[in-house]
Design a protein around this ligand. Structure first.
Ligand code: 3EB
Length: 338
């Protein structure tokens, strides 16, 4: 059976990791400024212009336990195993084009591609684009992005809510075109919500004319390879941002929200192995100077069970100073519990 693995690597670790997983690399996302990557990589690669804190480049590498096949077309670079497909692509805004329109185009292309490839269930998607909080045509770019995403779901016959929205995050990069990468499954995952938060697709109109089409988390993979994709999580309770201006309190609230998602997964009756999981986290900080404080809190909250990497990004609400996303990996069950 195929399983999916993730590593966050620095440049010194990349080559050996790729060699070790030759023929089994689903895709790579490189964060940093002009990340040094192979000239013509034999795997899907996307570069995001986003500062990494404490390193020049961060490589996020998705691999498969079984051989992968390339599946690129329609401007989407992609590879898949029997269960899951990784894809990545950029969508530059054409001159004079709105972000609503560019986002609609991107999502329409993505849905056509995964439907055609036979991996129609979008599990997890990452979005990065510059000037996320800037006003364009009298609307904040993040809100315009939400309009295009929402309209594309509807145009492609995808209901917004419950089972049909992916885990996601959307962060402001330093530059470059809108960049997206995603994991899509042959089988549906299980979308989870956070009981402490209003579902994003039910946010009231004060946050924009169309609600954000994402779930708080997605449980995916077969029983032997269960993973919880944790969406970008921030200091939001109900639908309201909490602790404006206070990064320490925002970090504390965000970590409580992540705990709540882990609890939802564990107590939802979803057949999760009993042993301690591992957490791989990407922490986005608005201000690089808050790194020591936030890192201490992440370490205190999850200790040895987590590995976290830190980046500098704009969060999609300008009152939020950090956002944390990641994956919870549940170890293989070594014995049946009574
Ligand atoms: C929030 O909870 C904060 O628009 O895809 C988190 C995760 C956030 C995903 C998205 C936005 C997105 O509303 C922002």
């Amino acid at each position: 059976m195929a399983s999916l693995a993730l590593a966050y690597l620095n440049p010194g670790e990349l080559t050996a990791h790729l060699a070790q997983h030759a023929g089994r690399v689903l895709g790579v996302a490189a964060f940093g400024h002009n990340p040094p990557e192979a000239n013509v990589p034999g795997y899907p690669l996307i570069c995001i212009d986003m500062p990494v804190l404490g390193a020049n480049t961060l490589y996020e590498v998705w691999t498969s336990s079984t051989p992968v096949a390339p599946a690129g077309n329609a401007g989407i670079r992609s590879a898949h195993n029997t269960d899951v497909l990784y894809g990545c692509f950029e969508t530059p805004q054409s001159p004079g084009e709105s972000i609503e329109s560019a986002t609609f185009r991107a999502y329409a292309k993505l849905f056509d591609f995964i439907d055609g490839a036979g991996y129609p269930h979008l599990w997890r998607i990452w979005h990065y684009f510059p000037r996320i909080n800037a006003i364009e045509n009298e609307l904040e770019r993040y809100r315009g992005f939400n309009v295009g995403r929402h309209e594309a779901f509807l145009a492609k016959g995808r209901m917004i809510g419950g089972k049909n929205v992916p885990a996601a995050c959307a962060l402001g990069s330093r530059g470059g075109p809108m960049a997206m990468y995603f994991l899509a499954g042959k089988q549906a995952g299980i979308a989870l919500e956070n009981p402490r938060q209003t579902s994003a697709y039910h946010y009231p109109e004060q946050y924009g004319p169309r609600s954000p089409a994402f779930a708080r988390a997605m449980l995916a993979g077969a029983g032997h390879d269960r993973k919880l994709f944790i969406s970008g999580t921030a200091s939001i309770v109900g639908h309201a941002s909490q602790h404006a201006g206070d990064v320490a309190e925002q970090a504390r609230e965000t970590l409580v929200n992540i705990r709540a998602l882990l609890t939802q997964a564990r107590h939802g009756g979803f057949d999760i192995p009993g042993q301690d999981p591992r957490l791989l986290l990407k922490v986005y900080l608005h201000r690089p100077g808050s790194l020591p404080l936030v890192r201490d809190q992440v370490n205190a909250a999850f200790g040895a069970m987590q590995q976290a990497v830190y980046l500098q990004a704009d969060v999609c609400r300008s009152d939020l100073l950090l956002e944390i996303e990641g994956v919870c990996l549940y170890p293989r069950q070594t014995k049946n519990l009574p």
